[in-house]
Ligand binder design. Structure first.
Ligand code: PLP
Length: 398
C-alpha cells in the first residue's frame, strides 16, 4: 500500500471532494460575523472632526482615524497617518517613494540590498523582489533577528540599505522581538543612518493570545539611536475588523511623512474617509481591547488545536515548530529536508499548504524543511482534520 492509500485507510472521513486549506492568514467567517454584527448597528458617518468625509481633502487621514492608528501602534498622533485598506500597499508606496524620490535618510536604488529575517512574510519578499532589490536572508535567534548574522552581513556586504521586520508575533515564526534585541540591531544600523530604511510591519501589534512580552515602542527606540528618519512603522485593521477593507497606518518622522504625502498626492487625492469614519464609529462602540478579546475567543482555540498536533510531531522527534503567543501563524520545520514532498502529498489528500520555500526570499528555503501553517480561516472541525492530514503525512514520510 502506498502512503496515500494508507492515510486514506486510517482516516475514513477523508472525502475526495472535500478541500482543506491552511495557506493564508484570513480571519474565519465566524470571526468576521462578529465585526459585521457590530457594524450593522452603526450609521454611516458623513462628517467627523469638522471634516466633510464625502469630499476630497485630508490626504494624511482624518484626526480620529490617525488617533486610532496611534492606539494600535503605540505611536504619536503627529507622527502617524491613516490611509487606505492595506498596509502592504502602503509599504509598497513607501518603498516606491524611497526609490523614485528618496527620503532624507532612505534612498533605495538598483544596487540596494535589504535584510530579510526569514522565515518571514512571503508578500514582503515578493514586494521587495519586484523592485529588483537584492534580499539577504537573516536567521532568527530566540528574541528576534540573529544579531551575529546581521553583524557579519554588515561587515561583508556593501549597499545594505534596509531591513523588513514583523516585530510582534512575526509571520510565520511568532517571534516577538525583545527590547534588547531591537536596541542591539538599531545600534548597528545607527552607523548606516545616512541611508537605511527600517520597514517595521507591526501587523500583529495588538494580537496577543497568550502572555507576551511588553515592547518599548520602536519609534522611541529609533530616537535613542538617531534613527527617527529611518523608521517606517506600519499597521492596519485588516486582522482586527474586516481583512482588506479597513484602514492602514504609517508612522515615521514628520519629515518623512511630508515627503510621503507629497508623493502619494500623485497617486490618490485622499484616502477613503468614509471608511475611516466608519472604523472610528466602530471602535467607539467596540473599544479596541474588547474587539481583540473577541477575536481571541475565536483564535485561541484554533491555536490550541494546531499546537496540540504539532506537539505530537515534536514529541516523536519528527520536527520542530514555533509556539506563538499571538498573531495568525505557526511555523513547522521538518526533521528531514522534505517539505516539498510533505506539501505535495498533503495536496493529493486535498489539504492546501503554501508552496515550499514561500517564507524565504526568492522561495529559497536553504534546508527545504519549513512549512507555514495558517490556522485562522478554517473552522475548528476543519482545522482538526487539516492538522490530522498534515501530521499523518509527516509521520509516514519521516
Ligand atoms: C506581516 C503582515 N503584514 C501585512 C499583512 C497584510 O496586511 P494588509 O491587509 O493591511 O495589507 C499581513 C497579512 O497576512 C501580514 O501577515
Amino acid at each position: 500500500m502506498n502512503i496515500l492509500e494508507q492515510i486514506r485507510k486510517e482516516h475514513s472521513w477523508l472525502e475526495a471532494n472535500r478541500a482543506y486549506d491552511l495557506r493564508r492568514g484570513k480571519p474565519s467567517a465566524l470571526q468576521l460575523d462578529i465585526t459585521q454584527s457590530n457594524l450593522e448597528t452603526i450609521e454611516m458617518p458623513f462628517h467627523m472632526d469638522g471634516v466633510d468625509l464625502r469630499n476630497y481633502g485630508d490626504p494624511e487621514g482624518i484626526p480620529s482615524a490617525r488617533a486610532l492608528g496611534t492606539e494600535i501602534l503605540g505611536t504619536n498622533a503627529n507622527e502617524t497617518i491613516a490611509l487606505d485598506n492595506s498596509s502592504l500597499t502602503l509599504m509598497h508606496q513607501t518603498l516606491a517613494c524611497a526609490y523614485f524620490l528618496g527620503f532624507k535618510s532612505s534612498k533605495i536604488d538598483s544596487v540596494s540590498k535589504i535584510l530579510c529575517p526569514a522565515p518571514g512574510y512571503d508578500r514582503h519578499f515578493k514586494l521587495i523582489e519586484n523592485f529588483g532589490i537584492e534580499m539577504i536572508a537573516v536567521p532568527f535567534q530566540d528574541d528576534g533577528p540573529d544579531l551575529n548574522a546581521i553583524e557579519a552581513i554588515l561587515k561583508k556586504e556593501k549597499n545594505v540599505h534596509g531591513i523588513a521586520c514583523v516585530p510582534r508575533h512575526s509571520n510565520p515564526t511568532g517571534h516577538t522581538y525583545s527590547d534588547e534585541n531591537v536596541r542591539s540591531m538599531f545600534e548597528m544600523f545607527s552607523t548606516l543612518n545616512n541611508n537605511f530604511m527600517i520597514l517595521w510591519d507591526n501587523a500583529y501589534a495588538c494580537h496577543d493570545l497568550k502572555n507576551t512580552i511588553e515592547q518599548t515602542n520602536a519609534n522611541s527606540l529609533a530616537k535613542e539611536f538617531n534613527l527617527e528618519d529611518n523608521l517606517f512603522h506600519f499597521g492596519s485593521t485588516s486582522k482586527i475588523t474586516f481583512a482588506g477593507s479597513g484602514i492602514s497606518f504609517l508612522s515615521s518622522s514628520k519629515n518623512n511623512l511630508e515627503v510621503f504625502i507629497e508623493y502619494r498626492n500623485s497617486l490618490a487625492v485622499c484616502p477613503n474617509k468614509i471608511n475611516q469614519g466608519l472604523h472610528v464609529e466602530y471602535f467607539k462602540k467596540m473599544p479596541l481591547k474588547k474587539q481583540m478579546q473577541k477575536m481571541k475567543e475565536f483564535l485561541l482555540p484554533k491555536f490550541e488545536i494546531t499546537k496540540h498536533y504539532l506537539n505530537t510531531l515534536k514529541e516523536n522527534n519528527l520536527g520542530n515548530s514555533s509556539d506563538p503567543t499571538g498573531g495568525y501563524f505557526f511555523s513547522y520545520d521538518s526533521n528531514k529536508s522534505n517539505c516539498h514532498e510533505i506539501i505535495d502529498i498533503c495536496k493529493e489528500l486535498n489539504l492546501q499548504l503554501l508552496p515550499a520555500g514561500s517564507s524565504f526570499p526568492y522561495n529559497m528555503d536553504p534546508d527545504n524543511k519549513n512549512i507555514r501553517i495558517a490556522p485562522s480561516f478554517a473552522e475548528n472541525d476543519e482545522l482538526e482534520k487539516s492538522m490530522k492530514i498534515l501530521t499523518s503525512v509527516v509521520k509516514h514520510l519521516n
